[in-house]
Design a binder for this molecule. Structure first.
Ligand SMILES: N[C@@H](CCC(=O)N[C@@H](CS)C(=O)NCC(=O)O)C(=O)O
Length: 382
């Protein structure tokens, strides 16, 4: 399915910029000021911005929650899933209000496991800065939003991560005609990025390491960040490579922009839940593993019915026709079958959102199964 995101994004960017100009709320007034003052608020320093101040939106004493999200979700009859909504291929809301993307499909897979209904999900758009608080306060049950697994997020920020759904790395995008070929060519130049991300921190680290002075231009709103770059007010823009590829499709002339070969970091993107809720953590964890295991076993949404009478013990356990693996998670024993039936296996999800037939056309590389040379691998279903 070939998707054209750019016209929908243009409308959203316009709305975002208009919102900044309306100034009828404190937040939009802040955005307005940020936009207007953008050229003046940058940090000019080899150390970049004060990286730790924006990463952990929460304070350092985040306590594990004591809630039973599985029960809350079941009682509500719906999963509330935090996504970005602004990244084609990962999580994107079209003008028709429909969500799509690999992160969105992870939410749907959890709903399929719990309710046998992939549509029992309410999506909430969260920007980089607000995402962790939304999880900690219980505003969302699950964060499935291009979020990098890091030590501090796993400890002081109070998250528990499910397995990685996309192995990524940070990249830098520049205009093809700028003559910029590597990070060192960005000496003294302005670089746009979004606050509350590992991106902001990695940029500071990498430039400091190379002794490169640059102007850090940071925004809370992804649309403003990319619009500022598109207007030529930043010579470079940095984000996860997948995000750069995704958002490049929304720029007025995507082919005018190139992503430099240099990689600034490793960014393992994984769903997360609030720490202190082991049953819910296991539910999300084994939902992701079910997607991977199904691909390992060659089971997909189209052929799953043919496996109903399989006499392979591993397949029987996986599909729940034998044993009681679901019970340990508080789920039906056919939870994995529900996931595959409704949402597909990992490969199907990847292909439909990021694969060759999409505008992103991201090669699977590290996101192949380990048997094909990648990093994806499921522990045994036994
Ligand atoms: N993976 C990095 C970066 C994630 C991130 O939030 N990237 C921005 C830049 S593209 C984004 O997705 N923004 C979308 C939004 O705010 O809705 C992290 O976890 O900190």
């Amino acid at each position: 399915m070939n998707q054209n995101f750019s016209s929908e994004l243009k409308t959203q960017v316009k709305k975002s910029l208009q919102k900044s100009q309306i100034m009828n709320t404190h937040k939009s007034f802040k955005s307005f000021l940020t936009l207007i003052l953008a050229p003046f608020i940058f940090t000019l320093s080899a150390c970049g911005s004060d990286s730790n101040s924006t990463e952990n939106n929460s304070n350092n004493s985040t306590k594990p929650v004591s809630r039973n999200t599985a029960t809350i979700v079941k009682t509500r009859g719906q999963l509330v899933c935090g996504v970005s909504g602004e990244l084609p291929g990962f999580s994107f809301v079209g003008t028709d209000g429909n969500y799509s993307g690999i992160d969105v499909d992870v939410c749907r897979a959890v709903a399929a496991a719990v309710f046998d209904d992939p549509n029992a999900v309410e999506f909430r758009n969260l920007n980089s800065k607000e995402r962790f608080t939304a999880l900690q306060t219980g505003e969302v049950d699950l964060l499935s939003r291009n979020t990098s697994w890091t030590l501090s997020r796993d400890t002081s920020v109070g998250l528990d991560f499910a397995p990685v759904v996309f192995y990524d790395g940070q990249g830098m995008m520049v205009n093809k005609n700028s003559g910029i070929k590597s990070l060192k060519d960005l000496q003294g130049k302005a670089i746009c990025t979004q606050t509350g991300t590992t991106t902001e921190q990695n940029l500071a680290d990498q430039m400091r390491k190379r002794n490169i002075t640059y102007k850090s231009v940071v925004f809370e709103d992804v649309n403003v960040t990319f619009a500022t770059y598109a207007e030529g007010r930043c010579e470079g823009i940095t984000a996860d490579r997948s995000a750069l590829v995704s958002r490049r499709t929304t720029l007025p002339k995507p082919d005018d922009h190139i992503i430099l070969d240099e990689l600034l970091s490793s960014e393992p993107l994984a769903p997360a839940v609030a720490k202190g809720d082991p049953q819910w953590r296991d539910t999300v964890k084994w939902t992701v593993y079910a997607l991977i295991k199904a691909e390992e076993l060659g089971i997909n949404s189209q052929n799953i019915a043919q496996f109903a009478n399989s006499n392979d013990p591993e397949i029987k356990r996986f599909l729940g026709t034998e044993g009681n693996l679901g019970e340990g998670l508080g789920l039906s024993n056919d939870f994995a079958a529900r996931i595959v039936k409704h949402v597909g296996n990992y490969g199907e999800i990847y292909d439909r959102n990021l694969g060759k037939q999409t505008q992103l056309n991201l090669p699977r590389n590290q996101n192949q199964l380990s048997t094909n040379g990648g990093l994806l691998y499921s522990p045994p279903f036994r």
